[in-house]
Design a protein around this ligand. Structure first.
Ligand code: HEM
Length: 330
């Protein structure tokens, strides 16, 4: 059975995490990495299996231990990824591309394709990853990182901070509107696109530092090299999305996308989930899951029920959302 998610760490304070037990190692043949610099780094230091294939329990423990991500965010992000992109029979998720290591895939349209699958969790207008339309949605992109550095120089005195995050988030949206006819920016992606702008400030900045700003060599270390900086200490308290309001407030922007496959044709989608309506995300994902798994039976059905229950309890129960049971209850 898929076990319930781990709870918070027993010690949630400052700690050296680039330690002797977790040395960085270069990729071996077949090791998988993907669009998330946080998970890539944890795998390259052995907080996650170095091959890049892990259970939800391993991922939650690793993001808490290695970065001090708070328990609610760890559960919410991990089960979102697992439910949309993982193999729910074997309880394994690839942090990048599809692999036989997660076991036999479920019948289509389900895919168990890993975090690289576009339009599930992964989406457009990333900070250092290109839009899927341009052919590679998951690798570190030097041109985009150059833009990250340029914006940090222009708006943050050479550091990435919340001011830079506001400017860069808006500019990346404008880039996609102007260059990606398939640009979509709604539901899951609308929420995660803002979240990922503050993770580098809340989780990549050394916990001993009082100023919330990320240096460019530390940014390159995480985003490009998947490596903790020397002597890196995790955040001093459990953290995740603090500052998102400030990023949004810099350039308020509604969910939508380029309509009819046309550039410069951004149309707002009023039915999309957004930050004013957290239950909208929950309902949207339950709908996507039902499209992926119209008629699950046996272990698959049981594990869907369990995983959806863990995801709901981790974040949406406390928000007062109504729990949905598309596959009944155990
Ligand atoms: C991006 C998954 C935890 C930092 C992403 C993306 C995925 C993902 C699928 C790609 C989104 C896109 O299209 O841009 C996850 C999952 C996590 C997790 C399942 C489990 C808890 C973390 C943690 C950190 C982090 C702990 C930081 C320590 C980031 C950043 C990006 C990102 C900065 C943006 C990358 C870019 O656009 O250049 N994550 N993530 N994530 N994640 Fe994670």
């Amino acid at each position: 059975d898929p076990p319930p998610p781990p709870g918070p760490l027993s010690f949630t304070g400052l700690k050296l995490v680039n330690d002797r037990d977790h040395p960085w190692r270069p990729l071996r043949n077949g090791d998988i990495r993907g669009p998330c610099p946080g998970l890539n780094t944890l795998a390259s230091h052995g907080y996650l299996p170095r091959d890049g294939v892990a259970t939800p329990t391993q991922i939650i423990k690793a993001v808490q231990e290695g970065f001090n991500m708070d328990n609610g965010a760890a559960i919410t992000a991990t089960y979102l990824g697992h439910i949309l992109n993982g193999n729910l029979v074997t309880d394994l998720l690839s942090i990048g591309g599809k692999t036989p290591k997660t076991g036999p895939p479920p019948p289509p349209p389900a895919h168990a394709g890993g975090l690289n699958v576009h339009g599930t969790f992964e989406g457009d207008a990333g900070l250092t990853r290109a839009d899927d339309f341009f052919g590679d949605n998951h690798s570190f992109n030097q041109t985009l990182f150059d833009k990250f550095v340029d914006f940090s120089n222009r708006f943050g005195g050479g550091f990435y901070n919340l001011t830079v995050a506001g400017e860069l988030r808006f500019s990346r949206i404008q880039d996609s509107i102007a260059t990606n006819p398939q640009f979509t920016f709604k539901n899951v992606r609308y929420i995660t696109a803002y979240g990922e702008t503050v993770f580098p400030i809340n989780l990549f900045v050394d916990g001993r530092q009082t100023e919330r700003k990320l240096s460019m060599d530390h940014a390159a270390s995480f985003f490009r090299d998947m490596k903790f900086p020397p002597d890196f200490h995790r955040a001093a308290q459990p953290s995740s999305g603090a500052g998102i309001e400030q990023v949004i407030a810099a350039y308020p922007w509604l969910p939508g996308g380029n309509a009819d496959g046309q550039l410069n044709n951004y149309v707002v989608d009023p039915t999309s989930a957004d930050f004013t309506n957290p239950c909208g995300l929950y309902t949207f994902v339950i709908g996507s899951v039902q499209e992926l798994y119209p008629n699950p039976t046996g272990i698959l059905r049981r594990n869907l029920i369990k995983n959806l229950g863990y995801w709901y309890a981790g974040g949406f129960a406390s928000a007062g959302c109504t729990e949905l049971f598309p596959y009944g209850q155990l």
